[in-house]
Design a protein around this ligand. Sequence first.
Ligand code: AMP
Length: 286
Amino acid sequence: MILIKQSGALSRHLAHERSKGHSIGFVPTMGALHQGHLSLIEKALQHSDLAVCSIFVNPTQFNDTSDFEKYPVTIEQDVLLLEKAGCHVLFLPAVAELYPDGTQRKHDYDLGYLGTVYEGAYRPGHFQGVWQVVEKLLNLVRPNHLYLGQKDYQQCEIIKQQVQQSGWDIDMEVIVCPTLREPDGLAMSSRNRRINEVKRSNADGMFKALSYIKNNIREYPVPQLIAGAKTIMEAKGFDTEYLDIIDGHTMRPITEYNNNEKIVAVTAGVFDDVRLIDNMVISENT
Ligand code: AMP
């Protein structure tokens, strides 16, 4: 694996690979890698000639400075994991490399309705920062395939929307990969490392709540399902921020089940001082 820290060196290296006819699969991450991240690298290796991973804890997407400061950094272990997975290129820029003029955003992006709800509402400015860095990374890497995890459902929808609207000359396919989970259902996340070991056994509450919705979608009206799912999470010690059942394409809440739509349950909550998010596709008859 080649480790590159400078944007210019990355662009030159990838231009050279492209000139040899090699396709590029890109997996942007914030590090503290786990099996979920590595599953994206595996997909990139299957479908692209070259797997490129970036590790960058992007300061502009943290609305809460203590969350940024506490974000786990395990770079040596990450490098070993990527080597072992067969990743070809790791891009590891410093903050000044991606933000030479400082991290202040010059303008706000119009992310439409998708930018205003759920994570957009609970983490003001978060998606502005996400798109700010993803746009920079895509312009540098110019991948043929971009691999994202369904774990961050809203992020996937926003990136797909922005890529479509940007009118780039980059011919790029966005591939959303399934969420990898721990044996008890907890979605793998870099933040899980911060969950206290004693309390860890209750952290399956979020998965249990989403599974309850999936298993009962035909049985109960939507408001009752939402209330029931919140009760499950909260009984396990979660402080629910939002829990909703939505149309998977528009991300607008649904009021009743209609099996002609893609339906997704989305949630966020704080468990043991750690903010967790998750989602589950409830039905996908489109
Ligand atoms: P992050 O490092 O949290 O920014 O995540 C980098 C990429 O990995 C994003 O596309 C995430 O959606 C994806 N990802 C994170 N957790 C998982 C998971 N448990 N399963 C699959 N993909 C994931």
